[in-house]
Each structure stands twice: as structure tokens, then as C-alpha cells.
Design a protein around this ligand. Structure first.
Ligand code: NAD
Length: 482
């Protein structure tokens, strides 16, 4: 795929503009420069917010079915551009093409789902509220909360965006989107698709740029009614602090340190497959990575042997290699960060079962072998912190209560997985886990109908499902004396 040498990084009030902040965008598999995107700073944020504020009145008065029709057009545009979007995801993020296909399909499903919810809004608007008095009547309105700022990371470009953008538009909000400066290309293409769908100018605006130049002023601006942020906990806290000044709504999707529990009666082949998926999909750069693998004593030796064999056989390769199973990490900084975690793990006495290095056959690109540790101290960063790379920590347990306690002993609580042949037991374990989403004997399938988000420091609020739409709505009751 050929890229233009430079790309405009601002889409404001229906116009493409070049900002004055160059962002070098690289291909993590080759380390080559893909293009330079000209993003903006607080002036571009100001312009975008002016446009969004102007557009809000008329847009907020459109019917749900009008907005639903536009969302369906966006879904169709994304479907039509599937191949190109997949290539952009893989080129910019380093993920295998088959993973990029899952991302693009998820984006389509999300826009279609929220189109349906938008269409359903009209019939629910002004619904009567039963009151315990015949002297009054009341009706309920769901109104868009205003102009919203959407800030997203680099690990699932377009997907994290769609999870915010589709419900925000469905609700009737106007949007300023800030993609990650590391992976702006998929969002730029998505913006081109949206630009061709007939949204009124100013309803959707995109400002590429760094966190400090664009994200920080967006989070602080009084014209923004709500910030929806996905990213690291450290930045999430800063966003919340800035938003506090003007008491704006905040939704946060942050980090995780999730567990996969392999119970004593588990199907071992399935457990190995799910452990690899939970640890090595997207090169482990998932907030939902099940990077703690807890395995029953009875199975532990056999499981670890099979997991090691499978992990060593995983084909780490260029994202466009037809046999690739795991691609590259996103950039040099992330690569060094993960290697640093591996070094620190070794220095605190964890046992390296396999991996930990660049694969011998790949001399450039940010590639890392699938890595497995055991004997990881419970107070170490390797056990407690989000690594965001292809690194699993395997630990034995002797009772289910112990496994649940180990899984719940975290400041995070995003997801969990349980592997067991006994569905009753698995369901009970799922009920005891402090996580927003638990999979039983299943890979990490995500449906737009089910909520995304977690307990404790993983999230504030929920995305997807009707909860994702409610996050962009205000509730109004009108009470009248009859
Ligand atoms: P990050 O926090 O560094 O950046 C996320 C976004 O925030 C980027 O667009 C960045 O430019 C912007 N940003 C940076 N500083 C900012 C500031 N001061 N004010 C406003 N915006 C700012 O995260 P990342 O490295 O891009 O992504 C990895 C992190 O995202 C991981 O911690 C991961 O767990 C998390 N994540 C969470 C979910 C979830 O659903 N819970 C999903 C994907 C990623």
C-alpha cells in the first residue's frame, strides 16, 4: 500500500486541514516511515469545538431515525472499505491482517447496532412516568449531553473509536475525536468515510495530535460536556482532574491485569488455546489480556508443558505474512517498556519458561517472542502491573477459593476467563470474580450488545450496549400539574 508523504491531520467543520504539528507515523514491523500527519494543538481544538458547538443545536434536534440512517451509511462505507482499512490497521499498528479484519468487522457491527438503538429512540421519547398522584403527570426525555471529546489509544484503532463515536452520534452529540498520535491512519480513513456520508458540517470533527497538545486542552475546555477516554490509568487520572474543573462527565476505559482460571476438570487443549489467545492476540497489547494464568495443581505440569510447546510454535512474523500468528508491538517505546518488565521479572527471581527475546529470524521491527513466566512473586510488577505485551505469568492453585482470591487480588477488574467442563462450577466461579466481563470456555468474543468495562481502577462507566448510549445522554423529566 502506498502512502502519501504527508497527510492533513485535521477534519474540522467539514473541511480537511493541515495543522502545524508534524507526527511521524511508522510501520512497526519494518520501522519505516509511513507518512507524516500534520496534526494540531489547542488552536485546532478551539476551532473544532467552535464548529461542534455551532452544529449542536440543529443536530440535537434531528430524530433518532435520521441519525440511525446516517450511522447505517457509515457502517456501509466501512464495510466497503474493509480491505483498505485492514491494511491500514496492520501497517500502522503491526497486527496480523486476520486480526485487523476482526477489528473492521467490529466497527461495522458497532455502527449498525447503534443505528438500531438510535432508530428506537423516537418511540421511547417522552414516555410517561407513573406517579403516585393523580394531580401530576410526568414524561421522560433522553437528550444528548452536548459536545463531547473522544480520546483513544493505539491498540485497537477505529474499534475504541467506534465504541464511543457510534453511541455519541446516535444520542445526538457533536464530537471532537482525538486518535492516538501513534496510529492516526485508520481513524483518518474512517474520517474520510464519515465525510462522505452526509453528516452536517461540525457534527464530527477530528484533531490529530499528541496528548498534551490536543488531549489536554480538549479535556479542560468548558464547551465539552463529556470526555470519553480510553487509555492508561496515569493519563485517565489526568483527564479526570482536568475535567473536574468544569464538572464535565467522564467515562474512562483504562488498564487491566486479568486472569484466566483453568479449573481441575478443564479441557487442556481448550485451556492452552484460550491462554494463548488471552495472552498473545494483538501481541498481548490488550487491556483485556488474561496475563495471569491460574491453573489447578492437578493439571499444572501437563498444562505448562503444552502451553510452552504451543507458545514456542507461534509464528511471529510480518502482519502481511500469510502464515503470521502474532505481529509486532506498536513502537520502540512500547517494545522497550515490555523488555524492561521482562528484565525486572528476571531480577526478582521469576522463572522464564520460554521467550523473552526478539525472534532470531526477525532482525528489525518491534517483534518479541511469546513469553511465559512462572514463580512470579505476588508483589512484583510482573504480577501486579499491566505489561501490555505478549507476556503470561502462570501460577498454580490448590483450591477454587484460592484461585478466585488470586484473580481478585488486583487494583484492576476488567475481564476474566474460566475453563471448566462443569458449567455449574464455572458459572459460580464467574459470579465470584470481580470483573466486568467473564468468558466461560470461550475466546474473548465481544458483542456490541454486551457491556464493556470493568470493576475497580479498570473503568468508570461502561461502553457498548444500551449503557454505551446512556453515557452520552442526559435524563430530563417534565412534571406538570394536571
Ligand atoms: P495513553 O494513556 O498513553 O494514551 C491514550 C490517549 O490519550 C492517546 O490518544 C494520547 O495521545 C492521549 N493522551 C496522552 N496524554 C494525555 C493528556 N495529558 N491529556 C489528554 N489526553 C492524553 O495510552 P496508550 O499507551 O495509547 O494505550 C495503552 C493503554 O490503553 C493501556 O493502559 C491500556 O490498558 C489502555 N486501554 C484500555 C482499554 C479499555 O477498554 N479498558 C482499551 C484499550 C486500551
Amino acid at each position: 500500500m502506498n502512502f502519501p508523504t504527508t497527510q492533513d491531520g485535521l477534519y474540522i467543520n467539514g473541511e480537511w486541514l493541515a495543522g502545524d504539528q508534524p507526527l511521524r507515523v511508522i510501520n512497526p514491523a519494518t520501522e519505516a516511515l509511513l507518512t507524516t500527519v500534520y496534526g494540531g494543538d489547542e488552536h485546532a481544538v478551539d476551532q473544532a469545538l467552535d464548529a461542534a458547538t455551532q452544529a449542536f443545536g440543529p443536530w440535537s434536534n434531528t430524530s433518532g431515525s435520521e441519525r440511525g440512517a446516517l450511522l447505517r451509511r457509515i457502517a456501509a462505507g466501512v464495510r466497503e472499505a474493509r480491505e483498505r482499512l485492514m491494511h491500514l490497521q496492520s501497517s500502522n499498528n503491526g497486527k496480523p491482517l486476520f486480526e485487523a479484519a476482526i477489528d473492521v468487522d467490529d466497527v461495522v457491527a458497532t455502527f449498525e447496532y447503534y443505528a438500531e438503538l438510535a432508530e428506537g429512540l423516537d418511540a421511547r421519547q417522552d414516555s410517561p412516568l407513573a406517579l403516585p398522584s393523580a394531580d401530576f403527570s410526568a414524561r421522560l426525555r433522553r437528550e444528548p449531553c452536548g459536545v463531547v471529546g473522544l480520546i483513544v489509544p493505539w491498540n485497537f484503532p477505529m474499534v475504541t473509536t467506534a465504541w464511543k463515536l457510534a453511541p455519541a452520534l446516535a444520542a445526538g452529540c457533536c464530537v471532537v475525536l482525538k486518535p492516538s498520535e501513534v496510529t492516526p491512519l485508520p481513524e483518518l480513513e474512517l474520517a474520510s468515510i464519515i465525510a462522505g456520508c452526509g453528516l452536517p458540517d461540525g457534527v464530527f470533527n477530528l484533531v490529530c495530535g499528541t496528548g498534551l497538545a490536543v488531549g489536554a486542552p480538549l479535556a479542560a475546555d468548558p464547551r465539552v460536556a463529556k470526555i470519553s477516554f480510553t487509555g492508561s490509568n496515569a493519563v485517565g487520572v489526568q483527564v479526570m482532574q482536568r475535567a473536574a474543573e468544569t464538572v464535565k462527565g467522564v467515562s474512562l476505559e483504562l488498564g487491566g491485569k486479568s486472569s484466566l482460571l483453568v479449573l481441575a476438570d478443564a479441557d487442556l487443549d481448550l485451556a492452552v488455546e484460550l491462554a494463548c489467545g488471552g495472552g498473545f492476540f494483538n501481541a498481548g497489547q490488550m487491556c483485556s489480556a488474561t496475563s495471569r494464568v491460574l491453573v489447578a495443581d492437578e493439571l499444572a505440569d501437563e498444562f505448562l508443558q503444552r502451553l510452552k510447546t504451543r507458545a514456542e510454535a507461534i509464528r511471529v512474523a510480518d502482519p502481511f505474512d500469510p502464515d503470521v500468528e502474532m505481529g509486532a508491538l506498536v513502537n520502540q517505546a512500547q517494545y522497550q517498556r515490555v523488555l524492561g518488565h521482562i528484565d525486572r521479572g528476571l531480577s526478582v527471581g521469576a522463572t522464564l519458561v520460554c521467550g523473552g527475546q526478539r525472534p532470531a529470524h526477525l532482525s528489525r521491527g518491534f517483534f518479541l517472542q511469546p513469553t511465559i513466566f512462572t514463580d512470579v512473586p505476588l508483589d512484583s510488577a510482573l504480577w501486579c502491573e499491566e505489561i501490555f505485551g505478549p507476556v503470561l505469568c502462570v501460577r498454580r492453585f490448590s483450591t477454587q477459593a484460592q484461585a478466585i482470591a488470586l484473580a481478585n487480588d488486583s487494583r484492576f477488574g476488567l475481564v476474566a476467563s474460566v475453563v471448566s467442563r462443569d458449567t455449574t462450577t464455572a458459572e459460580q466461579v464467574a459470579n465470584a470474580l470481580q470483573a466486568g466481563l467473564v468468558w466461560i470456555n470461550a475466546p474473548q468474543v465481544i458483542f456490541p450488545q454486551a457491556a464493556w468495562g470493568g470493576y475497580k481502577q479498570s473503568s468508570l462507566g461502561r461502553e457498548l450496549g444500551p449503557w454505551g448510549l446512556a453515557a452520552f445522554q442526559e435524563i430530563k423529566h417534565v412534571v406538570r400539574a394536571v
